[in-house]
Structures are given as C-alpha cells and as structure tokens.
Design a protein around this ligand. Structure first.
Ligand SMILES: *[C@@H]1O[C@H](CO)[C@@H](O)[C@H](O)[C@H]1NC(C)=O
Ligand SMILES: *[C@@H]1O[C@H](CO)[C@@H](O)[C@H](O)[C@H]1NC(C)=O
Ligand SMILES: *[C@@H]1O[C@H](CO)[C@@H](O)[C@H](O)[C@H]1NC(C)=O
Ligand SMILES: *[C@@H]1O[C@H](CO)[C@@H](O)[C@H](O)[C@H]1NC(C)=O
Ligand SMILES: *[C@@H]1O[C@H](CO)[C@@H](O)[C@H](O)[C@H]1NC(C)=O
Ligand SMILES: *[C@@H]1O[C@H](CO)[C@@H](O)[C@H](O)[C@H]1NC(C)=O
Ligand SMILES: *[C@@H]1O[C@H](CO)[C@@H](O)[C@H](O)[C@H]1NC(C)=O
Ligand SMILES: *[C@@H]1O[C@H](CO)[C@@H](O)[C@H](O)[C@H]1NC(C)=O
Ligand SMILES: *[C@@H]1O[C@H](CO)[C@@H](O)[C@H](O)[C@H]1NC(C)=O
Length: 594
C-alpha cells in the first residue's frame, strides 16, 4: 500500500538524489542552497528520518544527544514541515557523519520555529563524539492513515542467488574496487566540495556481464559519483548484480533506477520504472510528471515513458491548466495528441488547448510542426454547434486556413451525411482516428456514478427480515423491478453525428463491490469493484467502446474498457492515494460507426 509517507520521502529523495553535481540530469531544476540555521536529516534513504544536521558557517554539522528529547525532536520535524516527531533516535544509528558537531546540551521548550533558536552551549563547543549524534523519526501524515513505505522485492533470482550473495558479502577473492563518492554538502576551506567515500570490493567476472562497469581488461577499479542518498543504496545495487534480488521502496526507486540505467542493467531499470511510476500522480503542478517523462526519455525507459504519457493523457484536462502546460516539450504534446485515451471535456477543448500551447511558444514552433500537431485534432468529433464558431474563435485559423477549411468540411459532412453516404467518398477513411472519439467527459456523453447513492439500506432490510426467518419477497416490500436501482441513469444520442441528435438511447450505470450486488442484477462478476453500464436498446451499426474512469481527489487513476456491460476495475495497478471509499467513478459513452 502506497502511503503519504512514502510519497513524501520520495519527494525529498527526488531533491536529494538529483542535486548531486556528478549526475548529468537534473530532474526538477530546483536549487536549494542551505541557509544558516537550516536543518536536514541525513544517513537514511527515507526522507522523514535520519541524523539531525544543522547548517552553520557554510558547513553541515551534527547535534550531540546530551539533553535531547521529544521537545527538540518536535522542533526539528516542524522546521522540516512535518507535522511532528514520532520518536527520538539516540546514538549512531545512521552512517558516521563526516562534519563537525555543532550543537550540544541543547534545550528547547518545543514551540520554537527553528532548532537554533533553542538554548545550547555555543557553536561547536562539545565534549561528544559522532557516536552520540542524534536522529529523529518524523510523523508524516496528519491523519491515522496506515504508514507504510512498502517494500517491493524485485526477484529475478537464479538458483544460486543465496550463494552468490554470500560471495559478495564475504568479499573473498574480490578483484575489482568500486569507490563510491558523494558530496556531504560541505565546502572545504580550499573551496572544493567535501566528499564522503565508500569502498565496495566486487568480482570482475560477475560485473563483466554489464559492460558499463568497465570490469574487464586491466582495469581494477572505478570511481562512481552519486548523491548522498544513492550512496547508501549502491552496495545493494551491486549485490543485485550477484543475486538478481533487491528490495526497493518507493523512496529508493529513483536512485535504484538511476544506478540501473547508468550501468545498463535493463531488467532492473524497467521493473523499478514500473514501481517508480507510482509516484506520478503526486504533483498538481504537473512539473514532476513532465520531469519523469523527460527522465524516461533520457534513460530510454519505454515502460516508464508509456506510463507517464498514459497518465498525462488521462489527466489531460488538468495538465492543460497546470503551470507545466506552457513549457510542455513538443515531443510530449506530439505523443499525447494521437491518443484515443485522452480525457477531455470534448474535442473542441483539445483544439483550444493546442492552439493556446502553440500561441504561448511565441513563434518558436515552425508552421510545419504546428500543422503536424493540429492534424491530430479530430474535427468530426467537435460538437457541431462549436464548429460554427470555430472560424471566428480560433487563434490559428488565419495561419492554417486551408487545413482548417478542409478539416471543417469533413466535419460538417460527417454531421449531415449518413455514414453509408460518407463511405462512398474516396477520400474518406473509415479507420481514420478522426472518426474515433476520445474519452469525452462533457454532457451528455458522461455521467458520474456514485455507488453510495443506490437505493439505501436494502441490504440492511433484507438481512433484518432473514434474521427473523421471514421469506419476504423484495418485490412486495419495494415495488421496483430490480432491488438494486442503478446509481445513475442518463441519455445520450445514439451517435455524436448531428443526424442522430434526437435519436436517444438510455443508459444505466452502477459500481458493484461484491458478488451479492452482482447477483441481484443477475450478473456474475469475477473481480471487484466492477462497473456496469447498460443501454436500453442496441442500435444497428453502432459500436460502443465505453469506458469507466476511477478517480481519486480529482486525479484520474485508472481507465477501463467494458466487456459486455461490465468493466472490472483494477485497483492494484493504480498509483493513487485513496482508500476504497474515496474513489469516485465516471462512465463515458463512446459511439462509433461499424
Ligand atoms: C519557548 O521559546 C520561545 C523561543 O525562545 C519563546 O518565544 C517562548 O516564549 C517559549 N515558550 C515557553 C512556553 O516558554
Ligand atoms: C489517531 O488515533 C488515535 C487513537 O485512535 C486518536 O486519539 C488520535 O486523535 C488520532 N490522530 C489523528 C491525527 O487523527
Ligand atoms: C506494512 O507492510 C508490510 C509488508 O507489506 C506488512 O506486513 C505490514 O502489515 C504493513 N503494516 C501496516 C501498518 O500496514
Ligand atoms: C582541498 O582540501 C582537502 C581537505 O583538506 C584535500 O583533501 C584536497 O585535496 C584539497 N583540494 C585541492 C584542490 O587543493
Ligand atoms: C586504480 O586503477 C589504476 C589503473 O587502472 C591504478 O593506477 C590505481 O592504483 C588503482 N587504484 C586503486 C586504489 O587500486
Ligand atoms: C568506463 O570507461 C569509459 C571509457 O573509458 C568511461 O567514459 C566511463 O566513465 C567508465 N565508466 C566507469 C563507471 O568508470
Ligand atoms: C467564441 O467566442 C465568443 C466571443 O468571445 C464566445 O462567446 C463563445 O463562447 C466562443 N465559443 C466557443 C465555442 O468557445
Ligand atoms: C483537476 O481539475 C478539477 C476540476 O478543475 C479539480 O477539481 C481537481 O482537483 C484537479 N485535480 C488535481 C489533481 O489537481
Ligand atoms: C493486479 O492483479 C491482477 C490479478 O490479480 C494481476 O494479473 C496484475 O498483474 C496485477 N497488476 C499489478 C500492476 O500488480
């Protein structure tokens, strides 16, 4: 189960992990230069715990445990924007700190905003050693939600895994030295960056499976520069090369992914990419998602890239309103527009969003590329009444007049001619994406399904009756044909073409969460929750590729198609942070000619 805590720590890690100068990429372009009196937690891969360090005179230093208790821990956690402290960790439990010991005999009353506002001897005055450095574990959520940075074991192990693991652990006969270096965050007196170093001794024969380690020929050592949080994980990564087993938490995902891609360990990279994609929904500014897309492109991780593009397609509407929209890479927009799983109010919305994006680039996008992007707009899908306004409202109409005119003509034909007539035109291609709907959420094509709104308390009533041994016929008690009224019913035209404007079809929808609920509707369902969407008749020559969307706090987490009238919703594949009750559902009707 994904939790607030793991997401939070992943965010911290994203910052830590990518701030290392040695890395070629910078995921988030955020520069945090520490200020006097800042605090940080070090020596742990989880951002919400670690050794307490304070920044003073350009150096990070630690705090001695004399007098340290929850009051001090609260101040540190709150200074780091956590809701509070969970526990105090005394003594050296995290990696040995390299820098000075800045604070000793510290005494807070617990309400201070900054640790250095508390009383302490004086900077650097101490009789402690680093063995007495304090750590804290901070609270991460404001509620009692389960806190669990779940561990995902990636296991491609071979039968000798355990033996190979022992060989690595013992270091027997190792002949290849890996020096892992990371910046401590301190600048030395001569102006160079202070580095923490770890040595790992491995076997050339094992590492030589992956050429990027350079473990061949006369080379007997390499130096690898990583961020401080990746440093702690490097040894597990090398151990994976031996055993093909590694435990990854969401908070370590980026570092493991980075190591795997740096050294060309493809299977690990892809597996972590899949896991890593769980963090995608976490940023309503969409900067993170776009960065992860760029990262996936840079590392050639096709699975991560697809996960990212799919997520952005599902959340297209919010993406277009986010701060990331105007600086969206043209390749990403180009990858989004051909997709039929793009979720938007209607096709006119898609057109406007693209026009707005192009206009925002202020001429840096060539007319050819503009035309290429616009060619993905499905003009026949634009609601007919909006087609009439297009010429006067479109900001790019004049610069792409011919294209717009041609496409609008096709669209009008689509709206006024029967499909059989259209098909006689040699220029008409039935399979063209132009005639396939995306996932349109505007009325009348879509409706919210609230499973809690179905007829209340049937279960309760029926159970009550059974308990007393009565055999009530539910028709008798409630004179409706089905004991489970649909949670929503709505009507759409049979098809989006104007010809069918007044030819309506009625839909009923519900979300079932147990076989009991399915049985009452005469259905056999295999997994839950399952969406049910049924028309009151089946029109000729129409195919409905309907969809159900599962949403959590405004984010689309899952989109599923129907088989028959049922669509099982996979909840294990989603990355959203909602409990079962918090998910909301929306069904979308998508008619196509056949
Ligand atoms: C706690 O310390 C802060 C800062 O020194 C001070 O402003 C505040 O009055 C103190 N509160 C109590 C209850 O002593
Ligand atoms: C967490 O649960 C405990 C006990 O159930 C309760 O006393 C406390 O108020 C809860 N905390 C929050 C933040 O909901
Ligand atoms: C945390 O995850 C572990 C492993 O999946 C599980 O055994 C444990 O019960 C979980 N703890 C909570 C509080 O959910
Ligand atoms: C800077 O100082 C450190 C520690 O004193 C030393 O190890 C390093 O070699 C020095 N670097 C340069 C470029 O002088
Ligand atoms: C690393 O390898 C180089 C040559 O490949 C050698 O000169 C150097 O001494 C080695 N360093 C260590 C620490 O083994
Ligand atoms: C491996 O060798 C190449 C070419 O000499 C070099 O560019 C690369 O940095 C080396 N990789 C490592 C991990 O040392
Ligand atoms: C077109 O522009 C007019 C005037 O600004 C506006 O009232 C109308 O709603 C726009 N039409 C569409 C489809 O956006
Ligand atoms: C997406 O937009 C809707 C409506 O504009 C809003 O309610 C929702 O919170 C947004 N979702 C996110 C994740 O920002
Ligand atoms: C979700 O569960 C189904 C069936 O249990 C399984 O086939 C599928 O691989 C799972 N998906 C993920 C992403 O774990």
């Amino acid at each position: 189960m994904l939790t607030r805590r793991s997401l939070h720590s992943l965010q911290l890690l994203l910052l830590l992990c990518v701030s290392a100068g040695a890395m070629k990429f910078n995921l988030f372009n955020r520069n945090h230069s520490p200020k006097e009196g800042d605090v940080r937690l070090s020596g742990s891969t989880d951002g919400s715990e670690g050794r307490v360090e304070v920044y003073h005179e350009g150096r990070w230093g630690t705090v001695c445990d004399d007098n340290w208790d929850m009051a001090e821990a609260q101040v540190v956690c709150r200074q780091l924007n956590f809701p509070g402290a969970k526990s105090v960790i005394i003594g050296r439990q995290y990696q040995q700190a390299p820098g000075p010991i800045w604070l000793d005999d510290i005494n807070c009353n617990g309400t201070e905003k900054h640790l250095v506002k508390c009383e302490f001897k004086s900077w650097g005055e101490t009789d402690c050693s680093h063995k007495e450095d304090v750590g804290v574990l901070c609270q991460t959520g404001s509620t009692n939600e389960t806190i669990n940075d779940s561990t995902h074991s990636l296991d491609h192990s071979i039968s000798l895994s355990d033996d190979l693991g022992q060989i690595f652990d013992s270091g027997n006969g190792c002949d290849f030295l890996i020096l892992v270096r990371s910046p401590t965050g301190n600048i030395q007196e001569n102006g160079t960056t202070e580095m923490a170093e770890t040595k790992i001794c491995a076997h050339k024969t094992i590492l030589s499976q992956f050429p990027l380690f350079n473990a061949s020929g006369g080379i007997s050592n390499i130096t690898v520069d990583v961020s401080s949080s990746c440093q702690l994980l490097f040894s597990s990564f090398i151990r994976y090369i031996y055993t093909r087993k590694i435990d990854v938490t969401l908070s370590s995902a980026i570092c493991v992914h980075w190591m795997a891609s740096t050294f060309g360990v493809k299977q690990l990279m892809e597996d972590v990419g899949r896991l890593f994609s769980k963090v995608i929904p976490d940023d309503s500014t969409f900067h993170n998602q776009v960065s992860i897309y760029n990262y996936a492109v840079e590392t050639g991780d096709l699975i991560l890239k697809e996960t990212c593009v799919q997520f952005l397609a599902w959340n297209y509407q919010n993406l277009t309103r986010s701060p990331a929209w105007n600086s969206l890479p043209v390749e990403l927009l180009g990858a989004l527009l051909p997709r039929s799983d793009l979720v938007a109010a209607d096709e006119y919305f898609v057109l406007q969003s693209v026009e707005r994006w192009i206009t925002e680039q202020k001429g840096s996008i060539s007319l050819e590329i503009q035309a290429e992007l616009l060619s993905h707009i499905r003009f026949p899908m634009i609601p007919a009444e909006k087609l009439y306004e297009l010429e006067s409202n479109s900001s790019l109409y004049s610069s792409h007049k011919n294209m717009y005119r041609e496409k609008m003509l096709t669209a009008f034909q689509f709206n006024i001619l029967l499909f059989s007539k259209l098909a006689t035109n040699p220029k008409f291609s039935k399979d063209s994406a132009d005639y396939q709907p995306r996932i349109y959420t505007a009325e009348p094509w879509s409706a919210a399904v609230d499973p809690s709104k179905k007829r209340p308390s049937y279960d309760h009533q029926i159970n009550t009756h059974r308990r007393y041994g009565y055999q009530y016929d539910s028709y008798y008690v409630y004179p409706t044909p089905s004991p489970y009224a649909p949670s929503v019913s709505f009507s759409t035209p049979v098809h989006s073409s104007l010809i069918f404007k007044n030819n309506m079809i009625k839909w009923q929808a519900n979300i079932f969460k147990s076989q009991n609920e399915c049985s009452r509707n005469g259905l056999r369902c295999e997994s839950f929750p399952v969406a049910w969407l049924a028309p009151n008749h089946n029109p000729n020559n129409m195919l409905y590729r309907n969809r159900v969307m599962m949403m959590c706090k405004g984010t689309v987490c899952q989109v599923q198609g129907f088989k028959g009238n049922l669509a099982p919703i996979a909840t294990n594949g989603t990355s959203c942070l909602c409990s079962d009750e918090q998910y909301t559902y929306r069904v979308v009707v998508r008619p196509e000619y056949v």
